[in-house]
Ligand binder design. Structure first.
Ligand code: DOR
Ligand code: ZN
Length: 343
């Protein structure tokens, strides 16, 4: 049986939700990861340091007894975010990044930015305080094909932004295309990317295997196999620009199995195990530790964790659904299995 021990990983992109939903999903992440960058797309969004600190307290209060897990908070950028908020966020020591959602791009993004020019003074403040900008990298232009929206975003928005703000640290979140992997790889060191396990494991065929598969629907949507291959190459490349971000995004079963279903794949129940599968399949398990446990911490200027986790190559069954407060949640591989197990 294969076995691997790595420094405890961190999740650099996670949706924890709130209330009973937070209490339902948090133990899965806390069992595997030491820290997580927590997305601010609540309703209403987490737009200020004060709201982020309150949300942080709710997360800590929802942790299982004895669990050690540090939520790294983010703010939701809007058209009216004030430049002064960045210094407040930085001096709190709890807020580690600002999240940019193009208005309308995804779940709870209606309060997002309508025009990047409205944020130029905020970006200058972020350059000054070395506060990373986390980017949902898709255009919302309905004239652009859904599968091309990431590529168009790089050309129209991201490349000009990186060039104009020469001190801005940027993480392109959940990259899904060869173009994104290449853009990040050739950008300056201040530009990095997270990669999800589901984009490493699935291509867009998974949306339609035997019928339509709402639990494989996320944004940015799964892409062609050639793009999945490019993401694998980036993840196992050893480049410090690429690191783990699950984008685990729980939605109640009935909100995905409906005529206009929500985007988001829940992977926190196997948050490190699924990456082990992807890296093992690529013959690159020895590259997992840096990707999962070092590169992100280094980018964010945080210490690497001191403890370790051990994974064994042993199959376990994933339940058909799990409780999600009063609702149910369908995790990735529901009714199927995962090939690696946390010891
Ligand atoms: O699939 C997604 N779900 N993509 C996102 O960007 C947001 C997320 C969510 O919050 O459900
Ligand atoms: Zn996300």
């Amino acid at each position: 049986m294969k076995r691997i021990t790595i420094i405890r990983p961190d999740d650099w992109h996670l949706h924890l939700r709130d209330g009973e939903h937070l209490r339902a999903v948090l133990p899965d992440s806390a069992r595997r990861f030491a820290r997580a960058i927590v997305m601010p797309n609540l309703k209403p969004p987490v737009t200020t340091t004060e709201l982020a600190l309150q949300y942080r307290e709710r997360i800590l209060a929802a942790l299982p007894a004895l669990a050690r897990f540090e939520p790294l908070m983010t703010l939701y950028l809007t058209d009216s975010t004030q430049p002064g908020e960045i210094a407040t966020a930085r001096s709190s020591g709890r807020v580690h990044a600002i999240k940019y959602y193009p208005a309308g791009a995804t779940t709870h993004s209606d309060a997002g930015v309508t025009d990047l020019r409205k944020c130029h003074r905020v970006f200058e403040a972020m350059e000054e305080s070395r506060m990373p900008l986390l980017v949902h990298g898709e255009v919302t232009d309905p004239a652009v094909d859904v599968f091309d929206r990431e590529k168009a975003f790089i050309e129209r928005s991201l490349a000009p932004l990186v060039e104009r703000f020469a001190g801005l640290r940027v993480v392109m979140e959940h990259i899904t295309t060869r173009e994104a992997a290449e853009f990040v790889a050739s950008a300056p060191p201040r530009v990095a990317a997270t990669i999800t396990a589901h984009h490493l494991l699935l291509n867009r065929n998974a949306l339609f295997t035997g019928g339509i598969r709402p639990h494989h629907y996320c944004v940015p949507v799964l892409k062609r196999e050639e793009h999945r291959q490019a993401l694998i190459r980036a993840a196992v490349s050893g480049s410090p620009k690429f690191f783990l971000g699950t984008d685990s995004a729980p939605h109640a079963r009935h909100t995905k199995e409906t005529d206009c279903g929500c985007a988001g794949i829940y992977t926190a129940h196997a948050g490190i195990e699924l990456y082990a599968e992807a890296f093992a399949a690529a013959g690159a398990l020895e590259k997992l530790e840096n990707f999962a446990s070092r590169h992100g911490a280094e980018f964010y200027g945080l210490p690497v964790n001191r403890d370790t986790v051990t994974l064994v190559e042993e199959t376990w069954r994933v339940p058909h659904q799990v409780a999600f407060g009063a609702d149910a949640l369908v995790p990735l591989r529901a009714g199927g299995s995962v090939a690696w197990k946390l010891v």
